[in-house]
Design a protein around this ligand. Structure first.
Ligand code: 2IT
Length: 445
């Protein structure tokens, strides 16, 4: 296998899908050697099959806003690969959503889900609908119209969607309500459900908690801890608040958060009250963070910039893909960053990753570091199937165990001769082997 040949073919078929090609490129580079050492993969054309989604559903979503105007959005579900379990992955509601982004996310999800050790295949979906500034009623109308199409191809043993950017507990509720109406059944068809109707404890904070557990493992591997560490975080959506809570609990200090309007630098560090305030701000459908400094005047708001210029020990990008580029990485390294963990999917550009690896900064890629969210989704599916609810401590303990096993898998396949751990390589190889071997077992389908 020559990664460039595969990529050229892929680009010819899917011109301009840059995020998708970027995600495939990274995996191909990591697995090239192991792929070529195992001719059974080539014989079964595993890579050629694995880089194309199993199927894609595209649909029109028509709904009526509060002013009585008819709105039209595009909806998608990319069912990427179900070699190891039902398709599983979130629904992103964001104006940037297009097929390139959903295919990159579905591809990443396939390996991430394999790393969790749970039986879940990979998928992603969503819409170019922008939830920002919409009323609850408009969100409900959109979600209902979206599910009117999506319900045909999902099911508790087929495809189980969940949240992602723009899709949280409220949206999952509206989507579930319509699914139940259409299918007349209460099953674990979505994850991230409300606690009173089939949801799992810890799911809302699982991505952030899991990423912090993973980073903790990276620290431990260097005989280090979170105690006294300064942590920069971007975003303040579904995942950043879980990171902030857990980092504080482990003794670190989170000094930044960000939104599309810029970032907040709070030198004293976030605390429980500040996090509560931010959650209230977010619940009002507002993802801008500038109001923070009115409430907490000791903090500083920096308009239109990203938090990577603030000196820190650990950087945890938690907003969106490609939010940290080569220049940002250079600046972080110059300021003495010691660890980086992607909480967002593909949060760092390839140039940024190169800078970290060249400077021997341990770098945890999203598919390993942020797998805690989908892992607890998998635990929600188990609880639904058993018609049982586990206690908070039980779910948290399982999450911790899963994150530590992902870290062990990364060490196994990513440790270099000099002892430095290339987590990108480790995660890609571990995820790939699991999916590829399942595909081999199941024949050419
Ligand atoms: O990127 C992700 O892993 C998610 N958005 C969570 C997916 C899930 O099924 O919980």
């Amino acid at each position: 296998m020559k990664p460039n040949d595969i990529l050229n073919n892929l680009e010819a078929r899917h011109p301009g899908e840059k995020e998708y090609l970027q995600a495939v490129h990274e995996v191909l580079e990591s697995i090239e050697t192991i792929y070529n050492e195992n001719p059974q993969y080539k014989a079964a054309q595993i890579i050629e099959r694995l880089v194309e989604p199993d199927r894609i559903l595209t649909f029109r979503v028509s709904w009526v806003d509060d002013a009585g105007d008819v709105k039209v959005n595009l909806g998608y579900r990319v069912q990427f690969n179900n070699a190891i379990g039902p398709y599983k992955g979130g629904l992103r509601l964001h104006p940037s959503v297009n097929l390139s982004i959903l295919k990159f996310l579905g591809f990443e999800q396939t390996f991430k889900n394999a790393l969790t050790t749970l039986p879940m295949g990979g998928a992603k979906g969503g819409s170019d609908f922008n939830p920002k500034g919409k009323s609850d009623n408009e969100i409900m109308k959109f979600c209902q119209a979206f599910m009117l199409e999506l319900w045909r191809i999902i099911g508790p043993n087929t495809d189980v969607p969940a949240g992602d950017i723009g899709t949280g507990g409220r949206e999952i509720g509206f989507l579930y309500g319509m699914y139940k109406k259409l299918q007349i059944e209460n099953t674990g068809i979505l994850t991230g459900k409300g606690i009173n109707w089939g949801g799992s404890l810890i799911r809302p904070e699982a991505t952030g908690f899991g990423a912090t557990y993973f980073t903790h493992e990276m620290l431990k591997n260097n005989n280090d801890t979170f105690k006294g560490k300064v942590v920069t975080v971007s975003g303040f959506g579904n995942v950043a608040w879980g990171v902030a809570l857990k980092v504080i609990e482990l003794g670190g200090k989170v000094v930044t958060i960000s939104g599309p309007d810029g970032y907040v630098y709070d030198k004293a560090g976030l605390d429980a009250d500040k996090i509560d305030y931010l959650l209230e701000l977010r619940a009002s459908n507002n993802d801008i963070v500038s109001p923070y400094v009115e409430e907490f005047p000791e903090a500083k708001f920096v308009s239109g910039k990203k938090p990577w210029e603030i000196p820190c020990d650990i950087a945890m990008p938690s907003a969106i893909q490609n939010e940290l580029n080569g220049e940002d990485a250079e600046q972080l390294v110059a300021n003495g960053v010691k660890y980086v963990a992607e909480v967002s999917n593909m949060g760092c550009t390839p140039e940024a990753i190169d800078v970290f690896l060249k400077n021997k900064v341990p770098f945890g890629p999203g598919k390993a570091a942020n797998a805690g969210g989908v892992a607890v989704s998998g635990l929600e599916m188990s609880q639904n199937a058993m018609k049982l609810n586990w206690k908070r401590e039980e779910v948290d303990e399982k999450l911790l165990h899963i994150m530590s096993s992902i870290h062990i898998a990364c060490l196994k396949f990513g440790t270099r001769e000099d002892g430095f751990v290339d987590y990108v390589k480790g995660a890609n190889i571990a995820g790939f082997i699991k999916v590829a071997d399942a595909m081999l077992d199941q024949g050419v389908v």
